[in-house]
Design a protein around this ligand. Structure first.
Ligand code: ADP
Ligand code: MG
Ligand code: ZN
Length: 636
């Protein structure tokens, strides 16, 4: 991908910056000039001979009002002036001067002086100016001032050049992928069909905004791509721009973190105004969680992020229907995002970018092995089969590692050994960041999810199983979805108990297959769900066996005992704990009964999961056929 950078704005800024610093220098000189000038008053005066001064000083019509004596300098102020306009000097011995001015009012005092002054000049004596002092003053006063001015000028320049580098478009980091450059399209994104379908609509809008406008359709503004790292979110966003053939302005949330205070927000402003000018266009904010994490999630830190986030919200709210700009963002932590970002009119479209399933992995591998010569007869499908849980980026990485290995080994083509080594390095290599599962983990996950599915299917008051997958998502190993047949606001105790039992199903299946000692952490979120649902049933719903119809609401009662900090005594707390334990023990027992009675179906389902990774509504019924509900697991 070639980047196009726009630089003209940079030059403009630079020249206005130059003018400003010249301006500063001029001011400094003016100050210095005035400063020195004030000590050398009379520098612009007319030079007159001493004899002339003496003659006029002794003449009532001599037109001299005042003679200021400063060392050997004489400054003469004329009768109609306020400032000295003439200058003269004492003679070198000073005798002529002394003699001459004797006849003026020089040595007169009191009334005599007043009388004399009406006709003859006043003589004033002044401390002679010491130019050494002036220089000293300039140095001690002027230099620090100058230094401060220079410092500030420098700082301002720094800040501006930071802005230039970080802020404007293309100036340094924000990239513009122009429509004329080699572009990414949906063809470069393998798999992810449902995400591509969702984005088709955005592409269509960008291509024909008029079509939507005339029908008065509300155009989507913000599209949030959510998915695990390396699943191709960035790639997908670029593909949307490529498909629609519009400019693509991208910035990464993590870049904001490196910026100078206040730059994040102004950069957002720049980004949006540039995109609007180039509309229809796409703004892409990658890794948006870096700036848009929940405001409370980080305590007081991150004011800068908050400003940036606020600016994003302000810009998005300011869009009108015709702006033709689509804002896309990517994150792998939707749960971390500030809710304000997800409100209508902002990022209200969500596109899930999931980890690839087996056939998608094969497609991605094909994309990344396309220009790499493979040894005859290599089966990429078997690589796809054993890379469950890996992302597109992992697969691209494996392909690259395989090529590197082959080159290192001096092979002409990539051999299956090269691929195996590459796979192992990526899957179990030193970094171990990727979620590639090993065979054991995969089997464990398959039985775990099959356990949930079978318990849920067999128990009479549970919702039907909708879909089962062992592809990890976020922090979970696999997922089993149950679909409530219709929206209901109330659930009865049997339904809730079945929810508890099927949640236990995963853990119990692991225990049945791998034995008691092989308990894994994979079930911790199930157990947490069991604990919180069981507690809710006891405390809020009055569903305990001994405490039936008694509730212990913990909030909004305003009454708390000191010993427990809850609105009930320690004794009651013990009863509640016991009730919770009774519920989860019962759930575990029922799950175990169901799974032991349906061991064959459990194996069948787990095997199918290992093979296909995801089973949906069409495939499940056949696999679940013949399952039975054992007598002991019945509640009614
Ligand atoms: P994300 O932004 O979700 O973290 P990226 O878009 O940066 O992931 O993907 C990283 C790399 O992984 C891509 O550049 C591409 O080489 C590869 N990749 C990821 N998903 C796919 C895919 N569906 N098809 C082809 N390549 C993919
Ligand atoms: Mg990315
Ligand atoms: Zn589970």
């Amino acid at each position: 991908m070639v980047e196009k950078k726009i630089n003209h704005q940079k030059n403009q800024k630079k020249s206005s910056n130059g003018i400003r610093s010249i301006f500063f220098v001029i001011i400094v000189f003016l100050f210095a000039y005035a400063f020195v000038n004030s000590f050398s008053a009379g520098a612009k005066t007319e030079e007159v001979a001493l004899s002339d001064v003496i003659a006029r000083a002794n003449d009532a019509n001599g037109n001299i009002k005042k003679i200021t004596v400063s060392g050997s300098d004489l400054y003469i102020t004329l009768k109609d002036k306020d400032q000295p306009t003439q200058h003269s000097r004492k003679d070198s011995s000073g005798t002529l001067y002394e003699q001459g001015l004797k006849n003026s009012c020089a040595d007169k005092t009191g009334d005599e002086l007043t009388e004399c002054q009406k006709t003859y000049p006043v003589v004033e004596y002044e401390e002679p100016v010491n130019y050494g002092d002036i220089i000293f003053n300039v140095l001690t006063l002027g230099l620090p001032i100058l230094a401060i001015i220079i410092f500030f000028t420098y700082m301002m320049r720094q800040a501006q050049s930071m802005n230039k580098e970080n802020m404007g478009f293309g100036k340094a980091k924000a990239k513009l992928y122009g429509p004329d450059k080699k572009k990414v399209t949906f063809k470069d994104v393998a798999g992810n069909e449902s995400a591509k379908q969702d984005l088709e609509e955005i592409v269509d809008f960008l291509k024909n905004p008029k079509k939507y406008e005339t029908l008065g359709a509300k155009i989507p503004r913000g599209v949030l791509l959510a998915g695990d790292p390396g699943t191709g979110k960035t790639l997908m966003a670029r593909a949307v721009a490529g498909e629609a053939n519009v400019p693509f302005f991208s910035i990464s949330g993590s870049e904001f973190a490196e910026m100078f205070v206040g730059v994040g927000a102004s950069r957002v402003r720049d980004l949006f105004s540039k995109a609007k000018k180039n509309a229809p266009s796409i703004i892409f904010i990658d890794e948006i969680d870096a700036v848009a994490h929940k405001r409370d999630a980080r305590g007081g830190a991150g004011r800068e992020d908050e400003q940036t986030l606020n600016q994003i919200l302000v810009e998005m709210d300011g869009f009108d229907n015709e702006s033709g700009v689509i804002v896309m963002a990517a994150t792998n932590r939707v749960d971390m995002l500030d809710k304000a970002l997800l409100r209508p009119g902002r990022f209200d479209r969500h596109v899930d970018v999931a980890l690839p399933e087996r056939k998608d992995r094969l497609a991605i591998l094909k994309v990344h092995f396309k220009n790499k010569p493979l040894e005859e007869g290599i089966n990429l499908d078997s690589l796809a089969a054993k890379t469950a849980g890996s992302s597109g980026a992992d697969l691209a990485n494996i392909a690259n590692e395989a090529a590197i290995t082959a080159a290192r080994e001096g092979h002409k083509t990539i051999t299956s050994d090269d691929i195996t080594e590459a796979f192992e390095r990526v899957a179990i290599g030193p970094k171990r960041q990727s979620k590639v599962m090993n065979e054991h983990e995969k089997k464990l996950t398959a039985y775990h999810e099959a356990g949930h599915a079978i318990v849920g299917h067999v128990l009479p008051d549970s919702d039907p199983v909708h879909k089962v997958t062992i592809i990890p998502r976020g922090h979970t190993g696999g997922v089993t979805w149950f679909l409530p047949p219709e929206d209901r606001s109330y659930k009865n105790i049997y339904e809730l108990k079945d929810v508890l039992a099927r949640a236990m199903g995963g853990r119990i299946a692991e225990k049945l297959i791998f034995g008691k000692d092989d308990i894994t952490t994979g079930a911790s979120s199930d157990l947490r769900n069991v604990a919180s649902l069981a507690k809710e049933m006891i405390v809020e719903e009055g569903m305990g066996s001994e405490t039936r119809n008694l509730v212990f609401p913990e909030e909004a009662t305003g009454y708390y005992t000191i010993s427990t900090g809850k609105p009930y005594s320690e004794k009651t707390a013990e009863i509640i704990d016991k009730e919770i334990k009774t519920l989860s023990d019962e759930a575990a027992k029922r799950a175990e009964l169901v799974l032991s009675a349906n061991r064959e179906a459990l194996d069948r389902l787990a095997e199918a999961l290992l093979e296909k990774e995801t089973l949906d509504e069409d495939e499940l019924p056949a696999l679940l056929k013949g399952t039975t509900l054992p007598e002991g697991a019945k509640l009614h």
